[in-house]
Design a protein around this ligand. Structure first.
Ligand code: GLY
Length: 343
């Protein structure tokens, strides 16, 4: 796959950037697996030097890593016409996009997401960020990439837990926007978990299309784009409660989805059997961890949500499947004990 991919990418990048400089940003893991076969030939073909390989992990989405990108851009004398090509997961694309948005007041950039989370969510839509203080993605910008290259072939080497993490965003997209996507997960869940290439391509294409329609309608996240945060209010609090280690983003979002689905049943938006269906999909995809958080674990972190309005929080309430409504609630409403014991 990689020769053809290098060729397509290099032609597109060279066509768009002309003789401007370019820096490739990646992660150490991606550099280890795809260095010789993909990154080196790509760098040669687009006239970039050695790629900058940042340390892996959500806890490395820091100012320090962003500073290393700025250092590399300076060292390579990138001017305002310059480009960044980000090849990696959400941490790499978020940080590279952030650096592109602020360096010399804005460079062009392209994203080549190598994880399922990146291909169905993180790399699409121009949200860029670094973590700061206790809040995830606390500092960032909206800065659309010139293009995003979706190549599900990268998923062949993705660890299973990372694949499941991405599937959580697919479940979210299905619950929020597309019963058809949920049906596909029900029909092909096992094949997808086994990394069937054709099935992964369909899921990625379908999910990306659904997301991009929303992004095109609301690129700056001032309205309808909030729907993509379904499950994320409780999800982010769960992730923080586990110190960003115990549960990964996907597991936390899947649990957040079940919490908000329970609230949706209570307020009559979702039928109990719809919630049951969501639970079964989450369970089958291996996204319902045995050790689960309780409301008391999440409570201290709910107010950190970027969408909070004063002491109240904005949540996306699902139901019926494929539709949502926005509701502003007291944090306590999300913390009812019965919402946190699913199944
Ligand atoms: N990940 C949600 C969004 O891009 O809006």
């Amino acid at each position: 796959m990689t020769d053809a991919l290098v060729d397509v990418l290099a032609r597109r990048i060279n066509h768009e950037k002309g003789d401007a400089g370019v820096v490739v940003v990646t992660s150490r893991r991606v550099a280890r697996i795809y260095g010789r076969g993909f990154l080196d030939p790509l760098c040669r073909a687009i006239g970039a030097g050695k790629p900058l390989a940042l340390p892996d992990g959500e806890d490395r989405k820091t100012w320090d890593s962003a500073t290393r990108i700025f250092d590399k851009l300076l060292a390579n004398r990138i001017d305002r016409r310059g480009w960044i090509v980000a090849v990696g997961g959400g941490v790499v694309t978020d940080m590279a996009g952030f650096a592109a948005s602020v360096f010399k007041r804005g460079l062009q950039w392209a994203a080549v997401p190598t994880t399922l989370t990146g291909q169905v969510d993180a790399a699409l839509g121009g949200k860029t960020a670094v973590d700061f203080g206790k809040g995830k993605n606390m500092v960032g910008t909206f800065w659309q990439p010139a293009f995003v290259c979706l190549a599900p072939a990268f998923l062949a080497t993705l660890p299973d837990r990372e694949l499941r993490c991405g599937l959580s965003e697919v479940v979210k997209t299905g619950v929020a926007l597309s019963p058809r996507l949920l049906k596909r997960l029900e029909d092909c869940g096992e094949d997808i978990l086994a990394k069937d290439h054709e099935k992964l391509c369909r899921i990625v294409a379908e999910c990306a299309k659904l997301k991009l329609v929303i992004v095109a309608a609301d690129p700056l996240d001032r309205g309808v784009r909030a729907v993509l945060n379904l499950g994320h209010t409780a999800g982010h609090a769960i992730e923080a409660a586990g110190g960003f280690q115990k549960w990964n983003h996907g597991e936390a979002v899947a649990m957040g989805l079940l919490v908000i689905a329970s609230l949706a049943v209570e307020c009559g938006k979702m039928k109990p059997e719809e919630k049951r269906r969501v639970y079964e999909i989450v369970e089958r995809l291996g996204l319902a961890p045995r050790i689960r958080p309780g409301p008391e674990d999440a409570a201290p972190f709910l107010h950190l949500d970027k969408k909070s309005i004063g002491r109240r929080i904005q949540v996306i309430v699902p139901g019926p499947l494929g539709r949502t409504t926005v509701k502003t609630i007291e944090p306590g409403e999300l913390l009812k004990e019965q919402y946190w014991s699913w199944s």
